[in-house]
Design a protein around this ligand. Structure first.
Ligand code: PLP
Length: 393
């Protein structure tokens, strides 16, 4: 059979039907699975056969979700986690030893930064951070003999900066580092980092994958041998995704392409509108020609994503007034939801960073982040426009 397209795989990849011949995949709410006899159980535990034993190790709903994401990302294998952070932490923990070193973008999710700063040093794991604007040469200078992982997000949160994945892939290969990409902001529909040299790809499935702000989830995919290491760690430590959440997420992936298409269409329209707005200082969106990495974004992404960052004229105080004037959009910490969400990173998600760390992470004090949802674009723009009018009134 010919290789099917992304949308078709997302819908037609499905667990084997049960004897009831259900059309939609059932929910396998079971903590354990039964064995035929003593020999079956022995062989299963000895891993002589591939089968479900216990839902901390694997579960049919998680497996279906993993299989879909592997197809989307072009990966051999994966493991699904209870949250994006469980995926991030477990992936690092499975691959690093005491004394190892990480080279990472400074523009990563706040909790990932907190792992570097507050937890990994306890196990003698140090991190060197680079800015998204740093050259490949200066990133290369951070690499040490004990460096093991090169870690990035692109586009970044919340500054929507873009990193050149192909160049990073080459750098990682040259120095035998594992390139790990948190691909959450793009979703597997817009960008497949493995094609550019990533060894592992991580997602918070909580965001565009769920897309409706319901469940937490995470996933790591990549080569079978690396995922085996992640699996060995995870099956012992227990960060597995719940079957219910896996079922929700697998269903959500059926609509990922159509949802993300509309997110991107709305986000680009909003970005263009803001760029022409007299009350707006600057706008950042990967598919705006004014984005400093527009060409790279075009090369590695299918469209620009759901998130637009911008600065209201007048700095912090105007930003706050804008925020308080919002009527329809949600003031919430999530993103990639069908509902548009507005956040002010400097006073919320990234408030623990020092002014210098904020700058390194590409966040200005007045920066507003909009996760553009699936409401009608006219209504999204109307709410933002009326709030902008009040920001400097
Ligand atoms: C939300 C997010 C995470 C963490 O995911 P959770 O599901 O909230 O644990 C990691 N990376 C990025 C880029 C995110 O946006």
């Amino acid at each position: 059979m010919t290789k099917k397209k992304f949308e078709t795989n997302a819908i037609r990849t499905q667990n084997e039907r049960s004897s009831f011949l259900e059309h939609s995949t059932p929910l396998y709410l079971t903590s354990s699975f039964v064995f035929e006899d003593a020999e079956d159980m022995r062989a299963s535990f000895a891993e002589e056969k591939e089968r479900n034993i216990y839902s901390r190790y694997s579960n049919p709903n998680s497996s279906e979700f993993i299989e879909k994401v592997c197809q989307m990302e072009g990966a051999e294998a994966g493991f699904a986690f209870a949250s994006g952070m469980a995926a991030v932490y477990s992936t690092f923990a499975a691959l690093l030893n005491s004394g190892d070193h990480i080279v990472s973008s400074a523009s990563v999710f706040g909790s990932t930064l907190s792992l570097y700063n507050n937890f990994f040093p306890k196990w003698n794991i140090e991190t060197s951070l680079f800015k998204v604007t740093d050259s490949m040469e200066s990133i290369e200078r951070l690499i040490q003999p004990n460096s093991k992982i090169l870690y990035v997000e692109s586009p970044t949160n919340p500054g929507v900066d873009v990193l050149d994945l192909e160049a990073l892939g080459k750098l990682a290969k040259k120095h035998q580092l594992l390139l790990i990409v948190d691909n959450c902001f793009a979703s597997p529909y817009l960008q497949q980092p493995i094609a550019f040299g990533a060894d592992l790809v991580i997602h918070s499935a909580t965001k565009l994958m769920d897309g409706q702000g319901r469940v937490l989830g995470g996933i790591t995919v990549g080569s079978a041998d690396l995922i085996d290491k992640v699996y060995r760690f995870a099956r012992i430590t227990g960060p597995a995704l719940s079957p219910f959440n896996a079922w929700v997420l697998s269903k959500s992936l059926e609509t990922l392409a159509v949802r993300v298409d509309r997110h991107c269409e709305n986000a680009l329209a909003l970005a263009k509108h803001l760029e022409a707005h007299p009350e707006v200082e600057m706008v950042k969106y990967p598919f705006l020609k004014s984005h400093p990495m527009y060409e790279v974004a075009k090369k590695q992404m299918k469209a620009g994503g759901a998130v637009v960052a911008f600065e209201v004229k007048g700095g912090l105080e105007s930003g706050k007034r804008f925020f308080n004037a919002i009527q329809m959009l949600s003031l919430s910490a999530n993103l990639g939801d069908s509902r548009s969400i507005v956040t002010h990173p400097a006073s919320t998600t990234h408030s623990k960073l020092t002014p210098e760390q904020l700058q390194d992470a590409g966040i200005s004090e007045g920066m507003i982040r909009i996760s553009v949802g699936l409401e009608h674009i006219d209504d999204i723009i109307a709410d933002i426009d009326q709030a902008l009018e009040k920001a400097n009134a």
